[in-house]
Design a binder for this molecule. Structure first.
Ligand code: PRP
Ligand code: URA
Length: 204
């Protein structure tokens, strides 16, 4: 199931994020803004439980979040989506998965993994670019192996090829994206896209 942001601020931030003249500092700010919108969208259905508090005037039966949340950025570009979750969910646990696409083959190689307990938590895999889907499928595979049952993927730009790959390998995983782009080019970069997200985020 694909969820695409419809907020006008998402369209505004994306246009500037795509602009080749946008410098890394502004790029990081725009990515953070999109991350906040995605963090809200990807947690809209989080379960809550009743909790009674005393207001200064009387007892009140309210709702609080029922389960923990785990954010797992795919290094390195996924780091650009972590802070929005930390801003909105102070109790979020953060795990890390390191994957890097080979520039010739576009096949991702795993080089790092550090995960907190995942069972019983909403696990959000964060990676701004969903191109062939190879990195996301690998990351979701290993999150499932590590015990995640309630899994979602959060990206900023998705290509139809990547969405199809994730839906084929992980049909129950919800995908949240700011935009669904047109296609991949011969080098497996997203069109119109925004280039290499990690390079633009970190000025490399
Ligand atoms: C980019 C991006 C995704 C991957 C998407 O990472 O952040 O992880 O490519 O491509 P795919 O869907 O075809 O797998 P990259 O491998 O360039 O590493 P980086 O984050 O370290 O820049
Ligand atoms: N990774 C990126 O950073 N950009 C793309 O267009 C594809 C993969």
């Amino acid at each position: 199931m694909l969820h695409v942001l419809t907020h006008p601020l998402a369209a505004h931030a994306l246009t500037h994020l795509r602009d080749r003249t946008t410098k890394p500092a502004t790029f990081r700010t725009l990515a953070h803004q999109l991350g906040l919108l995605l963090a809200l969208e990807s947690t809209r259905d989080l379960p809550t439980r009743a909790q009674t508090v005393d207001t200064p005037l009387e007892p009140h039966s309210g709702q609080v979040l029922a389960h923990g949340l785990v954010a797992v950025p795919i290094l390195r570009a996924g780091l650009g989506l972590v802070q929005p979750y930390l801003d909105l969910f102070p109790d979020v646990a953060v795990g890390y998965v390191g994957l890097e696409r080979d520039h010739q083959t576009a096949v991702a190689r795993s080089y790092y993994r550090k995960l907190p307990p995942l069972a019983g938590k909403r696990v959000l895999c964060l990676d701004p670019m969903l191109a062939t889907g190879g990195s996301a499928v690998q990351a979701l595979d290993l999150l499932r192996e590590a015990g995640a049952t309630d899994l979602a993927l959060v990206v900023i730009v998705a290509a139809p090829e990547g969405v199809a790959a994730v839906e084929a390998a992980h049909p129950t995983v919800q995908i949240y994206t700011a935009v669904l782009d047109r296609e991949l080019n011969a080098q497996k970069y997203i069109l119109p896209g925004l280039g290499d997200f990690g390079d633009r985020l970190y000025g490399t």
